[in-house]
Ligand binder design. Structure first.
Ligand code: BTN
Length: 242
């Protein structure tokens, strides 16, 4: 594994993106930082965690051409790879909250931010950014956040978890390249948080109840609504009030 270790950087995603546009890097090159000064979360949010205690890293995934209707396959593979790595390390009660938040004991312990780019020479690559709360135990003011150490009751070796995640990701990306996404999706659906349970949502200021049926390979959420129809929602148009 080609690992670039940094003590501090603005964002491992931004750093890996700029490195890979200017030089050759092998597939699955990892950039890991002890501290990010401008860590990025989903939807323009910040990813701010205690320095030194957690995993903040990015992995380069090259040449994975996904069709328009399978654009979410890499997200599903990443979420599943994290879940598998945590299970291998005896972390229990795990779930994936759509689209790809990692929960343990109903609280968020990890998040994923994937950014896709094209080089001048036409090569495509994805930067898979992963934030996993590992040994942080103080979450004052963050009632919905937790960590691996909080749920297991003991500290974990961050490098062991990092390697397990990336090894699983290599295997799962290879499966995608071989057009074998089905086992990844089976695992994703099995772990989908609140599947089959009526939950509150909001769209365009309107609140409503829906029952999560599925997530499709475009990454859209399928909800059974109160009028017995199933509707498809994009990530950006729906707020989850749970
Ligand atoms: C989320 O909002 O749930 C996604 C969080 C992703 C955070 C990771 S930490 C490593 C990588 N670098 C970044 O700037 N963000 C991602």
């Amino acid at each position: 594994m080609n690992i670039i270790k940094l003590s501090a950087i603005a964002s491992t995603n931004d750093y890996l993106k700029s490195l890979s546009t200017t030089q050759y890097l092998e597939n699955f090159t990892i950039v890991v930082a002890e501290h990010q000064t401008a860590g990025k979360g989903q939807m323009g949010a910040k990813w701010d965690v205690q320095p030194g205690k957690n995993l903040t890293f990015s992995v380069l995934v090259k040449d994975l051409l996904l069709g328009i209707n399978e654009i979410f396959n890499l997200n599903a593979a990443v979420a599943v790879s994290i879940i598998e790595a945590l299970e291998e390390n005896n972390v229990k009660d795990l779930a994936i909250k759509w689209p790809n938040d990692i929960l343990a004991g109903n609280k968020k312990i990890g998040g994923v931010l994937i950014e896709n780019s094209i080089k001048n020479n036409g090569e495509i690559f994805s930067v898979v950014g992963i934030g996993l709360n590992v040994n942080q135990t103080d979450f004052e003011g963050l009632p919905k956040a937790s960590s691996v150490a909080v749920v297991t009751g003991y500290e974990h070796d961050k490098t062991v978890l990092l390697k397990a995640i990336v090894e699983n990701l290599q295997r799962n990306v290879a499966a995608l390249l071989h057009k074998n996404a089905a086992p990844i999706w089976t695992k994703y659906h099995k772990k989908l948080y609140k599947k089959g349970v009526p939950m509150p949502f909001e769209k365009d200021g309107q609140r409503f109840m829906g029952i999560i049926q599925d997530v499709n390979s475009s990454g859209n959420l399928l909800l059974l609504l109160e009028d017995d129809t199933v509707a498809e929602f994009k990530i950006k148009e729906l707020q989850m009030l749970y």
